[in-house]
Design a protein around this ligand. Structure first.
Ligand code: ATP
Ligand code: MG
Length: 569
């Protein structure tokens, strides 16, 4: 490709809304163009990278035996009613009506469509197991689209769905996808970590997320160096530290005037935060009830764990308002459950349940109770509600956990019969009985992966694409294309590389060399070959973008270097 004929859309400055390096660089390198929050257009360079990532995914999915199809983004409401998700999915679902008032959504994911596909098209149990996938555009009306392709309202996902006869089959299909994802992200050049995950809106039991390690990631990963345990903090558990508390004895009311916060109480009582408990009130709209969570005061609540415990949904649960708390007969800042008779469902963290005594609100302004003991003075369902933090005890081996940040680039789920049962996606077993297929589903955020690569591979000059996904492998930059020796050498190099199937650009633009270098370093082409004064002696300057190492080498060596690199892709 000749640079003069390309749409090179580099920018000196990124638009203001771009906050993180990868977003800034994708805009500045002219890979993307933004029209409205969370919606992006892919310019030629960006599209080339996108296609490369898609092809890696396609090759690995095909090799794993999955079959590619392509579904519409437009999905009828009826399918979502069948699965029970029309009412549950919440405001992220982009809903629309046609001119006949028929309701649709723009698919945020395709479990319903693929289940319907398998129900209608898999005729015989002999066709099982089967795995289907697509690479397709998804829509989610994210509350806060941000960070470019990381959290957009329209994005490209690879989604796959497996259909097995039984649990054992699902285990094998799941492991196959786990291994396939490992190969895909490795080929994309990502530094990543598979972690145990919560199943969220998708449902089912058993899930892993693939996290690209990065400080700008929105997910926290709890991991253990000693045994390899790794889990999203939403899911992560820890062994109890066994703290028993120092307030043991008969319940006693204490006057704590204007000491409603944890810090104030700790100071006033001369204790530690872990001697106190927090009583948090939530409104669960899904089950129309109020839920109370009790955790140690040195802890933050993990709302996902609470939502799972009470069988609700993240779109239908929020903290109760002051009015709601009052209407329940509870006193804000001094909430407590001792002698409380209101109609609420109570969940108590395991750590609280094993304490011999603690301090809790007296449910009366300016008063707390000390020496309160769970089981004796109030009751509730005991479960793990706490947010895992660094230093917590590894649930497997007992060593301290650490926390890392990650970008979720993929997630796999064992769905079991969550969709096949309500949607009657069955097969006939050897006894002639209709049994639901056992399903798994497997997603990769293709466009998020693209940006995660930039987040891991950039420097002050721009993007440093790994060769596997670079928009072009090499660029030839003649210092002065009007100089006959330089032109002859650059043209010859260009032809030689093209002949060998190298994706190469010849920068024939009438511009200063410094301007050209800035562009290619920003765009991030792995091999930058400068043709200058050495041209007449067949000497060129060879630079690797990843290392920014420059060497003067012969024409033939330059060709060999590029071919050597490209042959390993
Ligand atoms: P998140 O927790 O980040 O909102 P999710 O768990 O809801 O993501 P999944 O339903 O697991 O997402 O979708 C599969 C993959 O699609 C995710 O692993 C992620 O890489 C990608 N993805 C999800 N939402 C977005 C989005 N708004 N923009 C870009 N990619 C996304
Ligand atoms: Mg996910």
């Amino acid at each position: 490709m000749k640079a003069s004929k390309m749409l090179i859309a580099t920018l000196k400055e990124a638009p203001n809304e771009a906050k993180i390096a990868s977003h800034i660089l994708l805009l500045r390198a002219g890979m993307l163009k933004n029209e409205v929050a969370g919606v992006y257009n892919y310019l030629p360079m960006g599209l080339r990278v996108l296609s490369k990532i898609e092809n890696i995914i396609r090759e690995e999915m095909d090799a794993a035996g999955s079959i590619e199809i392509l579904c519409s983004a437009l999905q009828p409401k009826e399918l979502w009613v069948e699965s029970g998700r029309w009412g549950k999915y919440g405001p992220e679902l982009m809903r629309l009506k046609d001119r006949h008032e028929r309701e649709f959504c723009l698919g945020p994911t395709h479990e319903e469509v693929f289940t319907s596909m398998a129900r209608d098209l898999i005729k015989s149990s002999k066709q099982l197991p089967m795995s289907l996938y697509q690479i397709q555009t998804k829509y989610r009306d994210e509350f806060r689209p941000r960070f470019g392709l990381m959290r957009s309202r329209e994005f490209i996902m690879k989604d796959a769905y497996s259909f097995d006869k039984d649990e054992k089959g699902l285990e094998a299909s799941y492991q196959n996808m786990y291994d396939t994802y490992t190969r895909i992200f490795t080929r994309c050049g990502l530094k990543f970590q598979p972690v145990l995950a919560d199943t969220g809106n998708i449902g089912g039991n058993g899930s892993h997320q693939f996290m690209a390690l990065s400080d700008v990631g929105e997910s926290d990963i709890a991991y253990c160096d000693a045994c390899g345990y790794a889990a999203d903090v939403e899911k992560a558990t820890s062994k109890l530290d066994g703290y028993k508390g120092k307030y043991v004895g008969e319940v006693e009311k204490i006057h704590t005037p204007n000491h409603a916060t944890i810090e104030e109480l700790v100071e006033f009582l001369g204790c530690e935060a872990k001697d106190l408990t927090k009583t948090l009130i939530y409104h669960d709209f899904m089950n129309e009830k109020f839920v109370v969570a009790v955790i140690r005061a040195d802890r933050d609540i993990n709302e996902i764990k609470l939502i799972n415990a009470c069988n609700s949904n993240e779109n239908y649960m929020r903290m109760a308002t002051d009015e709601e708390i009052e209407s329940l007969g509870l006193v804000k800042g001094y909430c407590g459950l001792v002698n409380y008779k209101g109609d609420v469902e109570v969940y108590v963290d395991e750590e609280v349940s094993v304490m011999d005594g603690f301090v809790v609100g007296a449910n009366e302004r300016d008063y707390h109770l000390k020496n309160v003991k769970f089981g004796r003075d109030f009751t509730g369902t005991v479960c793990d509600l706490r947010k895992t933090v660094a230093g917590d005890i590894c649930p497997i081996c007992g060593k301290p956990l650490k926390i890392n940040r990650g970008i979720e680039v993929g997630q796999i789920f064992k769905l079991q019969t969550k969709y096949s049962e309500p949607m009657k996606c069955t097969y006939v077993d050897e006894n002639g009985k209709n049994v639901p297929m056992v399903m798994g589903c497997y997603g990769i955020g293709v466009t998020r992966t693209l940006q995660a690569i930039v987040e891991q591979y950039h420097d002050e000059f721009g993007i440093k694409w790994p060769l596997n996904v670079a928009p072009y492998h090499a660029v030839i930059v003649p210092i002065n294309y009007a100089d006959p020796d330089m032109k002859a050498c650059a043209d010859k190099l260009y032809e030689e590389l093209k002949k060998n199937h190298v994706e190469v650009v010849l920068d024939d633009r009438d511009a200063k060399p410094g301007f050209k270098f800035k562009d290619w370093e920003l765009i991030g082409i792995p091999y930058i070959i400068t043709v200058g004064r050495g041209a007449k002696d067949n000497i060129v300057e060879f630079k690797t973008r990843m290392e920014m190492v420059k060497t003067e080498i012969s024409f033939d060596e330059a060709v060999a270097n590029v071919l050597n690199g490209v042959k390993n892709i």
